[in-house]
Design a protein around this ligand. Structure first.
Ligand SMILES: [Zn+2]
Ligand SMILES: [Zn+2]
Length: 269
């Protein structure tokens, strides 16, 4: 059977995840995942004075060291090979590009996920935002930032591409019309889009992005990868059976994985 991959997971350093890093790895092994990536939140994420959603800058070295320790312990060759990959989910904040670039250079990452979590001080995962603003306007500004991020070649993978729907809002015409204009830039910059299976557990009740968008991306040759966005060990590989069935139905033949920021195709399991 072709290898299964999960390239999006977090650790307790981000202050909104639970479980030991070992427990995430154990769950990946139990689920038959062959490549498992840690991609915890970057330290320059925006947060209010009394809240924190990401590791501190001075925890970065320890995060990388912990992943290295787990690689030593768990990576194996043989009949059922297993690899842990070093990644980070980096917040795209235009004024903090320098710190992101510095972090990108400082470690030997296997991959970087680029995510837009905020519009100004508004958090896209805060339900109140959608009471206050029109979803169309939220999408307009959000996708503008995602486009900037792609053209900056900020990352290897775009995280949860259609995040504004997560809390249950959907623009009348769907998400595709916001994603379509980004496709040439994704292709030109060789950036993949993750199928983030966490969306199914949120009010959106579907993966991020949804299948209409996945099909459009696949038909144009945009590389796709797979991630559970696990914030607890039991979420590793969540809903992957549904993801694989959907990919087969959509005629997607391969996904991509990453190694030292090189993109490598893997057949769909
Ligand atoms: Zn998170
Ligand atoms: Zn995220």
């Amino acid at each position: 059977m072709p290898p299964l991959i999960d390239f999006h997971s977090h650790t307790t350093r981000c202050c909104h995840a639970s479980g030991s890093m070992d427990a995430y790895v154990e769950q990946a092994l139990a689920k038959g995942i062959a490549e498992f990536g840690f991609s915890d939140h970057s330290h320059w994420m925006l947060h209010a004075r009394d809240q924190r959603y990401a590791m501190r800058a001075d925890e970065q070295d320890d995060y990388v060291a912990d992943v290295r320790r787990l690689q030593e312990r768990y990576n194996r060759d043989g009949e059922t090979p297993f690899r842990i990959r070093l990644g980070m989910e980096m917040d795209f904040i235009p004024s903090r590009l320098d710190v992101a670039r510095d972090t990108a250079r400082r470690y030997e990452w296997d991959y970087l996920i680029g995510s837009v979590h905020n519009i100004g001080f508004e958090k896209l995962q805060e339900p109140a935002m959608y009471d206050a603003w029109h979803i169309e306007d939220v999408c307009e500004i959000y996708f503008h930032f995602v486009g900037m991020m792609i053209r900056e070649r900020f990352c290897d993978v775009v995280g949860h591409l259609d995040l504004p729907k997560k809390m249950g809002s959907m623009p009348a015409g769907g998400m595709l019309r916001y994603v379509e204009p980004l496709i040439p830039d994704l292709l030109a910059n060789d950036i993949a889009v993750e199928i983030n299976t966490s969306g199914l557990d949120n009010p959106a009740r579907e993966f991020m992005p949804g299948w209409d968008v996945v099909e459009a991306l696949a038909s144009r040759g945009v590389p796709l990868t797979l991630g559970s966005d696990a914030h607890a060990p039991h979420q590793v590989g969540r809903h992957f059976d549904k993801a694989l069935a959907g990919l087969r139905k959509a005629g997607v033949k391969e996904l991509v994985r990453f190694e030292r920021r090189r993109m490598i195709a893997v057949p769909v399991a």
